[in-house]
Design a binder for this molecule. Structure first.
Ligand code: ZN
Length: 487
């Protein structure tokens, strides 16, 4: 009996120590995403002092970080970086996808309303993201004390990184030329955001998508969010997510190494220098963990490659759908058996297939055969039948990891290497394929518990969330398939 009592006292003491155990964590986690930043841009530009130079000198560089799924697009990238998993598990199958028979944007949510700006614009939320992410796990691990804010020009780039539980997410509404949010987060735009919009209304009124102003305004909002929401000032670790969207918009419009895009990267370098100084003075270098990465890379554009005798090509999905639908009609006597195309996928018209008593697989085979006639297409595959296709395993796995049943299209197209989506004469960059141009992204960690260094071993976009969560000693997001990078 006495032994039992002694045992219980020991057990209770252990439990009490366990409940009180304090894990050492930084005050703040900062996740920066540069939209469409190719990995080689780190070494393309001659950076000034304080921005990329500081990150590359004081940080740890993962020089061989790859995206393990297709399509390599913005919404899927932002969802993956912070959740450590891929569209197959987080559900963000593209910038838009099929949901309950409708095509929706990745963050569209008609059960909410827009807050701020022109309130008639469609409302948004992170509900289509079906996995948790770093911010959510921090929130859970800290008994709901952790506070997260997400900012970006693009809605999806503010919403998906900050997860389901932030105090706010803010993005730019082009109609009202102001930063807005949705009723998912709050019923009224916080005063500090209203004031920010007023204070910066001149800058917000200009072309912020294709000029450096978009970068400046994004970091200005991030800094204001940190001050106004007192991020990094509480007892729990907070999180700030910042996504730079105009690097992508300008690259699409003007192409890589265009003077306009270069000017945005020069400005980004300056904004990063300012932002790092700001974090150092407000939070302290050793008290924040920062990472910088990209949601995908981008091509150099077909005309530029052509001018330098490099393999290239472009392919338009809309025209291909029309042509394939003609073939299907003559074969099966039914119109529009392909309902729509989106990026690299084609959605079959299952209602029409069923009502005509057709076999889905047979229809899909005809479509694939027709699509593969194009020089620019190496393989077209019915994803449900992918294991019977001759596509190399490395690409096959990426298609599977990017496929979410019901949301993704039925047929996936793999371009010939070097071919991009779009018109041949289009000088702009694009992305979405498995190719190095699109799937090789920069990844740098800096600050709390980071020893400067670099590696060229293979790391994955899904490792980012796994690494941050392991460092913080919090459970990885529920769909995470990545591995922590550091020992
Ligand atoms: Zn993007």
């Amino acid at each position: 009996m006495r032994d039992m009592k002694r045992f219980l006292v020991v057990v209770m003491a252990v439990v009490a120590i366990g409940a009180m155990a304090q894990v050492e964590r930084p005050k703040l986690v900062v996740g920066i995403v540069v939209d469409q930043m190719r990995w080689d841009y780190l070494y393309t530009y001659q950076w000034g002092e304080g921005g990329f130079q500081t990150l590359m000198h004081d940080g740890y560089l993962c020089n061989n970080t790859i995206i393990d799924y297709v399509p390599t697009v913005t919404a899927a990238g932002h969802a993956t970086i912070f959740s450590g998993t891929t569209p197959a598990f987080h559900g963000i199958a593209g910038n838009s996808f099929s949901l309950n028979g409708k095509t929706v944007s990745s963050v569209q949510d008609d059960t909410e309303r827009a807050v701020g700006g022109n309130e008639k614009t469609s409302a948004k939320s992170p509900r289509n993201l079906i996995a948790t992410n770093i911010a959510d796990q921090l929130y859970l691990a800290t008994d709901y004390k952790s506070r997260t804010v997400g900012v970006a020009l693009k809605d999806r780039a503010a919403i998906l990184p900050s997860g389901h539980t932030p105090v706010g997410a803010y993005w730019f509404d082009g109609n009202s030329k102001s930063f807005v949010t949705s009723t998912y987060y709050c019923d009224k735009l916080p005063k500090w955001v209203v004031d920010f919009n007023k204070r910066h209304c001149d800058e917000l009124a200009g072309d912020i998508y294709n000029t450096p102003v978009g970068t400046t305004i994004t970091f200005a909002l991030a800094e204001q969010a940190l001050i106004s929401e007192r991020l990094g000032q509480g007892e729990a670790t907070d999180m700030l997510t910042v996504s730079v969207s105009n690097t992508d918009m300008c690259a699409h419009n003007y192409g890589s190494h265009s003077p306009k895009l270069d000017s945005i990267y020069w400005q980004l370098d300056k904004e990063l220098a300012h932002f790092i100084d700001f974090l150092d003075s407000r939070i302290g270098r050793g008290n924040y963990l920062l990472f910088l990465t990209a949601d995908h890379g981008g091509t150099h554009g077909a005309p530029r490659m052509e001018a330098h005798h490099l393999p290239n090509g472009a392919w338009e999905n809309g025209e291909a759908r029309k042509a394939a639908n003609e073939v299907l009609k003559s074969r099966f006597g039914v119109d529009n058996l392909i309902k729509k195309d989106h990026g690299f996928t084609f959605y079959l018209n299952h209602e029409a297939i069923d009502s005509a008593g057709l076999d889905t697989h047979e229809v899909a085979q005809v479509v694939c055969k027709e699509l593969e006639k194009a020089d620019e297409i190496e393989w077209a595959v019915e994803v449900a039948d992918i294991d019977n296709s001759p596509i190399p395993t490395i690409v096959k796995e990426r298609i599977k990891l990017g496929y979410y049943p019901g949301r993704s299209g039925d047929i996936y197209v793999i371009h010939r290497t070097g071919v991009q989506l779009g018109k041949t004469e289009w000088a702009g960059s694009n992305h979405g394929t498995w190719s190095q141009s699109d799937s090789h992204i920069p990844l740098i960690f800096m600050g709390w518990h980071i020893t400067p260094g670099e590696t060229s071993r293979l790391t994955h976009m899904t490792d980012i969330a796994a690494t941050v969560c392991a460092m913080l000693h919090i459970q990885a997001p529920n769909g995470c398939i990545g591995t922590p990078i550091f020992e």
